[in-house]
Structure formats: structure tokens, C-alpha cells
Design a protein around this ligand. Structure first.
Ligand SMILES: [Zn+2]
Length: 440
């Protein structure tokens, strides 16, 4: 019997599929054609079945689906380590906002490129971003080869991207039109928060998200201060405010969701609202611990995100997975909650659901060939008993040997394939010097 052609056959010691049965396969292979997985299974069987255009031997590696960063502000990489360990309003007013005011579209682009490099280097293949002049982040995703869901931050006041709200709505439409047919970049609608918008903006932006059939994302219930401000400004807690506006739905994704009551979690679950949990940012800004265990038990879909690099300070989903598991255990005083399987789901299949992107999140026929290979020769990866637990608790991202999106290698054995990394580092250094010298 003649062999079937495929573009690429990838072999590995072990493959975490994240399929419905959560199969973990040993001595496994994946067949890839036109950026999609066509077959997954035993390596010997697939080698006999296929005649690949290219054989990618990753036999010292464990392969898992590329990780999905559900909430970040990519260009804030340029503010990494600028100011740490400060009260929130001092940090924002005296350090972050003055520097952001100096950001030009070109600076935003360089920051987004650095973010893409960091994420690709640490096994993230898709990120959801909310920032200013988001077209520059989309451009970075386009160049670097990563997948992205981009959302221009919507505010009631002018932003560097628009002078007034009419211009903002035009910009959202233009961004949508520009990327609607892009294979790796989608747009979403992202009003910043309840305290930086108004009811009209929230309603109108939600209608836009329905029209574009895309996620509608907002920072919500990040800490007790936000709840207090909501009560003072609107006479309601954040969840009730959104519920009354009719914007809680299956396309709604709340970032953080820390300060929630039992009843609010029940409302979010009933409306199929999803959450992007950002444990490290929540810990670093002392916002608190999101009630992930209660959310999941109530039936909510919870994804995982890093938030921006100014409040993390990494865009590393391996580090985020470890933090998510450990934080739940310590707040619940229960080592059985947020187990490795749930946390990996948050970073893969749940993330795909949060982004309304069913083609990603697992390695099975018909899905995109978005994957990451971890070097099992790293000391911290041996011995290997339980691959999922190893990925969540032992891996730190430094083991990533290869990152692939839509069948294309973006990073392999220390080298970025799609852009000039040393030149990017030069640009980052120049911006750092300029921001320091021209401190507001
Ligand atoms: Zn955020």
C-alpha cells in the first residue's frame, strides 16, 4: 500500500493532546499538512502510513499544545521592572502613566515585538491583547508569526489612538476590516474597565462585538477598591452593573474577577461569562486571589493570562500555570484544588474557548498545528512520570526547544526564525535609554 503524503511528520517521546479524553501518548507522532494536524498517534504507525515532506525528529522532547495567554498588554514589556513594590495608585500615577504618555506607535510596536519574542520563547502560541494603538501589536504578531486576538482599549477619554469616541468606533471598524481575513490575527472588542468608560460605551461596544461575532473583554472586579468605586459611581457592584446593562454573555470575558461574591459567581456562570485569571499580577499588586475553584465548580470557563509585564513581570505561561495552581492551594488550604490537569486546561482548551477560537487549544485532527516542544534532557524535566504535572509544576519555559504556529516553526534551538532578534534588542535598549533620559 502506498504511503499518504503529508507536509510534515513530527515525532516525540510524548505528546499531551488535550483532546476530549485528555490522552497523553508515548512514542507518538503528529502529521501536519497546510498548517493543520491531520493525524496523531503512535510514531511507528504514522511513519508507516505517511510519506512526509519533512521529518521533524523531537524524540528527546515532550510536545503539548501551544499555550494561550488570555490577557496581556504586550507593549508594557518596555516598562518591565521600571517600578515595583509600590501601592497601586503611586505606581500608576508616578511611574506607569507618565511613561505611557511618551509612547509613540513605533515604541508600542517595539514593545509588542519584545512581548512576542518572550511569549514564543516560552511556549505561548496565542495571546489576547488590550492596549493603545493596537494595530502596532497586530503588526508585531503578523511579523513574529504568533497568533493574536487584538483589542483596542476603549476609554471615555482620548487615547493616543483616537481623539474622541466617534474616532474610536471608526478605528474599531477599520481594525476589524483590516484583519477579518487574516489567518492568525483576530480582533475583539475591549472596553478597558467600568471606571474608565460609561454605560453607553459598554452597551455600544457590546453591540459591536455581537456584530463582529468576537469576544467582548473588560477588566472587572480586579480588587476591592474597584468594587468600592463602582458602588460610589454607579450605586452597584461591578457584576450587577454589567448584568443590568445586558452585557454578560458567552462572548464576555472578564479579566481578573477577584472580588466576587457567591451570588456574582452564580450570575457569571448562568450567563456563560468567562474569566481570564491572572494570578501573578493579582499577587504582585496585592489585589487578592480569584476564586477559581468556586468559579469552575459553578460551571464557569476560566482561562489564564499574564497581564502586562509591568505587573508580573514575565509573559511566561509556564510560570503562570505554576502560580495558578499554588495560589489556589494556599488560599483554600487544600492541596487537591487547581490540580495540574485543570491548570493546563486553563492555559489551553479553556483559553481557546475564552477567545472563541475552536481551531486551537488541543492537538487532534482538524486543529491548527500550534505546539511547543519541551526538552526532556533538562535536569528539571527528569525523571518523567506524569507529563501534565511536569508541564505545570516542573517546566519553567527555559526547556522550550521549539514553538510552532499553524505548522510554521517560529523558534527552534535558541533562534527566532521570523525576525532579527539582536536588532530588536538594540531597539529595546535605545527606547529604555530615551525613556530614562526624558523622564516626565
Ligand atoms: Zn490587564
Amino acid at each position: 500500500m502506498s504511503k499518504k503524503p503529508c507536509d510534515m511528520l513530527i515525532t516525540a517521546q510524548c505528546v499531551i493532546t488535550q483532546n476530549a479524553a485528555r490522552d497523553v501518548l508515548w512514542n507518538a507522532a503528529l502529521a501536519v499538512t497546510r498548517g493543520k494536524i491531520t493525524d496523531v498517534g503512535n510514531a511507528d504507525r504514522l511513519k508507516n502510513k505517511y510519506e512526509p515532506g519533512e521529518l521533524l525528529d523531537l524524540n528527546d522532547c515532550m510536545i503539548l499544545p501551544g499555550l494561550i495567554n488570555n490577557h496581556t498588554h504586550a507593549s508594557m514589556t518596555l516598562l518591565r521592572g521600571l517600578a515595583d513594590d509600590l501601592p497601586l495608585m503611586v505606581w500608576l500615577n508616578e511611574h506607569i502613566w507618565p511613561k505611557e504618555k511618551m509612547f509613540t506607535p513605533e515604541i508600542i510596536h517595539v514593545g509588542a515585538m519584545l512581548a512576542c519574542a518572550e511569549m514564543i520563547r516560552t511556549g505561548t502560541t496565542c495571546f489576547a491583547d488590550m492596549y493603545l494603538v493596537e494595530d502596532e501589536t497586530a503588526r508585531a504578531a503578523d511579523i513574529s508569526g504568533i497568533r493574536a486576538v487584538v483589542g483596542e482599549g476603549i476609554f471615555v477619554f482620548p487615547s493616543p489612538a483616537y481623539d474622541n469616541l466617534d474616532k474610536c468606533w471608526e478605528l474599531l471598524q477599520a481594525l476589524y476590516d483590516k484583519y477579518r481575513d487574516h489567518p492568525r490575527i483576530k480582533t475583539a472588542i475591549m472596553p478597558h474597565a467600568i471606571y474608565t468608560t460609561n454605560a453607553e460605551i459598554l452597551e455600544k461596544s457590546f453591540e459591536t462585538a455581537e456584530k463582529h461575532d468576537c469576544p467582548w473583554k473588560i477588566h472587572l472586579a480586579e480588587n476591592q477598591g474597584e468594587t468600592q468605586a463602582g458602588l460610589e459611581q454607579f450605586g452597584k457592584r461591578p457584576v450587577e452593573y454589567l448584568k443590568n446593562l445586558g452585557v454578560l454573555s458567552a462572548r464576555t470575558l472578564i479579566a481578573h474577577g477577584v472580588d466576587l461574591t457567591d451570588e456574582e459567581i452564580e450570575i457569571l456562570a448562568r450567563t456563560k461569562t468567562k474569566a481570564a485569571h491572572c494570578p501573578k499580577s493579582n499577587m504582585k499588586l496585592a489585589s487578592g486571589a480569584a476564586r477559581v475553584t468556586d468559579m469552575v465548580n459553578a460551571g464557569m470557563t476560566v482561562g489564564l493570562g499574564t497581564d502586562g509585564a509591568a505587573s508580573n513581570n514575565m509573559l511566561n505561561m509556564f510560570s503562570e500555570m505554576t502560580a495558578a495552581a499554588l495560589l489556589q492551594k494556599v488560599v483554600r488550604l487544600d492541596p487537591t484544588v487547581a490540580d495540574a490537569g485543570l491548570v493546563l486546561d486553563m492555559a489551553t482548551v479553556n483559553g481557546a474557548a475564552c477567545q472563541m477560537w475552536p481551531e486551537i487549544g488541543s492537538l487532534e485532527p482538524g486543529k491548527a498545528a500550534d505546539l511547543v516542544a519541551l526538552d526532556l534532557n533538562s535536569p528539571n524535566m527528569q525523571p518523567l512520570y506524569h507529563p501534565v504535572s511536569q508541564a505545570v509544576y516542573a517546566a519553567n519555559g527555559a526547556e522550550v526547544r521549539l514553538t510552532m504556529v499553524a505548522g510554521e516553526v517560529l523558534y527552534k534551538d535558541g533562534k527566532f526564525e521570523k525576525f532579527d532578534y539582536p536588532a530588536l534588542l538594540d531597539e529595546v535598549g535605545k527606547i529604555r535609554d530615551w525613556l530614562k533620559e526624558n523622564a516626565a
